[in-house]
Unconditional design. Structure first.
Length: 145
């Protein structure tokens, strides 16, 4: 594993320093002929979540919730990319995935306010149920003579 020196800048205040990123190149899975067996183009990028600068406690909690299934045994975020045949391109894709995840964690969720259906909406719903019940009643056997 090698430390990636270039930081990931998400906003002007939030950034992942280079020392918090470690990258490992591994062999890609799937088809690819001889190339897949000899070239390590898949990128395994690990991010130390505690070293991310500029995150509020709430954003850090949201990030942890978003990344809970992507954490390794040491609590680092694991992002992989094998979309491209080039290692450098896969590293850029993995860095973009980290950037998107952090952007999603920074977004404050909207507060849901409880609402009630209007009287007209309730009436429309009941009318629809009556119409449906009437239709089903017509499908039944005719009443015996």
């Amino acid at each position: 594993m090698r430390v990636v020196s270039e930081p990931i800048v998400v906003t002007e205040t939030v950034r992942v320093p280079g020392h918090a990123l470690t990258m490992r190149a591994v062999r890609s899975s799937g088809p690819g002929g001889q190339n897949v067996n000899k070239v390590a183009s898949k990128v395994d990028l690990r991010v130390d979540l505690d070293a991310i600068e500029g995150l509020s406690d709430r954003a850090r909690a949201r990030l942890h919730a978003l990344a809970v299934n992507r954490l390794d045994a040491d609590g680092r975020l694991v992002v992989t990319s094998q979309e491209s045949r080039e290692q450098a391109r896969n590293l850029e894709i993995a860095r973009e995935k980290v950037r998107r995840l952090l952007t999603a964690a920074l977004r404050e969720p909207r507060v849901r306010r409880a609402t009630r259906p209007s009287a007209a909406a309730k009436e429309r719903r009941l009318e629809g149920k009556k119409r449906r019940a009437s239709l089903k009643r017509w499908r039944g056997r005719p009443e015996g003579d």
